[in-house]
Design a binder for this molecule. Structure first.
Ligand code: ATP
Length: 227
């Protein structure tokens, strides 16, 4: 059974860093599909810059045309904060105990994993595939500075065999190098705000959507006040 990849994020906006990560992990790990799950109210970070409906629409445009990519809007539909562990539990319930699930994330996200709600339960529900993100030190190098519980999980679960993701429904960690694309949504928002074009850092249809709806042009007054 091919593992199903799950890529969560604020996608504020979706860009080629996200899409390329998903594409290379599909190829490298033999995933059957990738579900993009935009977070509703992320528990870990400031409220995203634009309303959820816009982020959802941008992900829809970003994944359009790739038969292996799908959009899952469940977290956005929830009024409460979206915890990955709960989303994975729902998916596990829907897809059955045998289906391998694989949570995809960049190294920056993995390094913060020990702060996630009920993070150790994630391994009962899914594998984790970590894609090396430019500008973030590699996991082996960062291991020394990781919280000890996270380092223990990494040491215990790390495998170099993508096959391990196919032969069990959950529980392994795999690290894969991907093409370095030093693109971040933060930088794209800054570019739009300053009138600089982010063209070619994200799909053209997503940029057109940003321009049509005049997203990111004005800083959120609450944020400016808090800075
Ligand atoms: P922001 O700049 O607003 O923090 P972001 O560009 O980091 O946003 P997120 O939606 O927070 O995007 O990221 C979702 C996931 O995609 C995370 O696991 C993150 O590590 C990964 N990711 C984002 N950009 C890249 C990139 N350029 N290369 C590899 N992974 C990436």
């Amino acid at each position: 059974m091919k593992p199903i990849g799950i890529l969560g994020g604020t996608f504020d906006p979706i860009h080629f860093g996200h899409l390329r990560l998903a594409q290379e992990l599909v190829t490298g790990l033999g995933l059957g599909e990738v579900r993009f799950i935009p977070s509703g109210r992320p528990p870990h970070r400031a409220e995203p810059d634009v309303p959820a409906a816009h982020r959802l629409e941008m992900v829809r445009l970003g994944v359009f045309g790739n038969p292996l990519f799908t959009l899952d809007s469940r977290e956005i539909a929830k009024p409460s904060p979206s915890y990955t562990v709960e989303t994975l539990a729902e998916l596990r319930h829907e897809l059955g105990l045998e289906q391998p699930l694989c949570l995809l994330m960049g190294t920056d996200a993995f390094l913060g994993l020990a702060t996630w709600h009920r993070w150790q339960e994630l391994f009962d529900l899914a594998h984790i595939a970590v894609a090396q993100r430019p500008g973030v030190s590699s996991l082996t190098r960062a291991a020394a500075t990781m919280p000890v519980e996270l380092r223990d999980e990494l040491n215990r679960r790390l495998t170099h065999e993508p096959e391990a993701l196919h032969s069990a429904p959950a529980g392994s960690i795999v690290v894969q190098a991907i093409t370095a694309l030093d693109i971040s949504a933060t930088r794209i928002r800054e570019q739009v705000r300053s009138g600089e074009s982010p063209r070619y850092l994200l799909p053209g249809a997503v940029l057109d959507y940003i321009e049509t709806h005049r997203l990111y042009e004005n800083p959120d007054p609450a944020r400016v006040q808090g800075e």
